[in-house]
Design a protein around this ligand. Structure first.
Ligand SMILES: NC(=O)c1ccc[n+]([C@@H]2O[C@H](COP(=O)([O-])OP(=O)(O)OC[C@H]3O[C@@H](n4cnc5c(N)ncnc54)[C@H](OP(=O)(O)O)[C@@H]3O)[C@@H](O)[C@H]2O)c1
Length: 188
């Protein structure tokens, strides 16, 4: 079975996603959306996979690490010591990670695969044949950022997902919209 990569990100007007190894904003409802989308499974015996770059892993506060009820995968070209954590795997490349996720034994353990950043991992994922969907929260405000979401492929089609709220959301005066895009090479 082909591994389908679902990307999930929040970006502001200038497509910024991060500042000083952190998120440039605090949006509780958006964070709850991220947690719900990346955690929910139909099969209660399975978990989802979250794939992230080493810097995003480093950004997660100690008390939330690893992201709970999810199989955490960290990409790094170095040898990371992840032995203190359960359900956390390290891979040296996205390719190597996908190869492992394709293994039948591993497929029994997980339901959906979510790529949760950062910048280069999003880019490489969108260039991959395994790229399925992008869940992009567009924050309708400018923030000072030093990390940016890569250029979106031109051919993406906007789709709807019943799990995703419609329309403009508002938290403490900051407006944002949940968008879902699909790679057109996938019919469904
Ligand atoms: N708004 C959002 O939705 C969102 C989501 C995620 C992150 N962020 C923000 O983005 C920033 C972090 O993102 P980032 O782009 O700077 O870093 P990142 O992608 O999280 O991590 C970069 C690191 O990942 C490893 N890496 C990247 N590509 C790899 C590959 N193909 N194979 C193996 N390893 C690879 C390398 O680790 P080594 O150096 O160890 O080799 C690289 O230095 C933070 O500010 C964070 O808060 C925002």
């Amino acid at each position: 079975m082909i591994v389908k990569l679902n990307l999930i990100a929040a970006a502001c007007e200038n497509m910024g996603i991060g500042k000083n190894n952190n998120l440039p904003w605090r949006l509780k409802t958006e964070m709850e959306f991220f947690t719900r989308m990346t955690t929910k499974t139909e099969d209660i015996n399975k978990k989802n996979v979250v794939i992230m770059g080493r810097r995003t892993w480093d950004c997660i506060p100690k008390k939330f690490k690893p992201l709970n009820n999810r199989i955490n995968i960290v990409l790094s070209r170095s040898d990371l010591d992840l032995t203190n954590f359960t359900d956390v795997y390290g891979f040296k490349s996205l390719e190597e990670c996908i190869e492992r996720l394709e293994e039948e034994e591993f497929q029994k353990l997980y339901e959906n695969v979510w790529v949760i950043g950062g910048s280069h991992i999003y880019k490489e994922s969108m260039e991959s044949d395994n790229f399925y969907r992008l869940y992009l929260t567009k924050i309708l405000k400018d923030f000072d950022c030093d990390t940016f979401f890569p250029k979106l492929p031109d051919n993406l089609k906007q789709v709807s997902d019943p799990e995703v709220p419609d329309g403009i959301q508002n938290e403490k005066g900051i407006e944002f919209v949940y968008n879902v895009y699909q790679n057109p090479t996938f019919q469904n």
